[in-house]
Ligand binder design. Sequence first.
Ligand SMILES: Nc1ncnc2c1ncn2[C@@H]1O[C@H](COP(=O)(O)OP(=O)(O)OP(=O)(O)O)[C@@H](O)[C@H]1O
Length: 229
Amino acid sequence: MNTHQRPGAAQAPEPLILKDLTLSLFRAGVNRTLFNKFDLEIQPGEITTIMGPSGCGKSSLLSFISGTLAKDFTVDGRVCLGQRDITDSPPEQRHIGMLFQEDLLFPHLSVGENLGFGIPAVVRQKTDRKMLIEQALEEAGLSGFADQDPATLSGGQRARVAVMRTLLSRPSALLLDEPFSKLDSALRERFRTFVFDHARAHNLPTLLVTHDPEDARSAEGVILNMPFV
Ligand SMILES: Nc1ncnc2c1ncn2[C@@H]1O[C@H](COP(=O)(O)OP(=O)(O)OP(=O)(O)O)[C@@H](O)[C@H]1O
């Protein structure tokens, strides 16, 4: 798949940068440091993988980047998109796309409505919403599915809709929190390729967290192993 600028794309791609991140948790009288002066830079179109066992802090790192970290944590450090420091920005202004283990499609909306949900107003003004949805469905191999109820889709089809919905929101970076772990092995292989190809085609700096070495190998980027402290 070639890198391409999509209609209505918001801005030039920028690296995702973490500077001097220290993240700790105080619980039952004990202070536990998950990250200590951690630095990371992911260029547009690159996929970096962080691997580590359950509970080491992978999801917490993604929450810090997306602005949804719980108040229980003590944090120091900055997160930037290129020159833009977004550390203190509310989540909705960060434009960070996320994919999780669960596809989180809205059950009360059709497939097309799910896809249309996140399209930013600025994109809708410039580009026909229906055309964007149809284009996304085609890319997901789901042409003609717009009016369908998400519950009628297979797991793989739902997963592809979730990816396209995230991309339609025009994110500046993509965070992947074990999005492959609930899929069976044949589907997993194909879905990995689908996600990684799209992340690169959209020139997104992408951070994958996983405990599966095969996910990390397939991403074909830098692999970092936790714990770091
Ligand atoms: N809101 C919270 N309040 C207190 N502790 C939390 C909170 N969220 C996570 N933790 C703790 O922080 C630590 C890191 O959790 P996190 O979910 O980031 O790990 P993880 O590496 O993503 O694990 P997994 O692979 O199981 O998802 C764990 O000890 C967890 O219990």
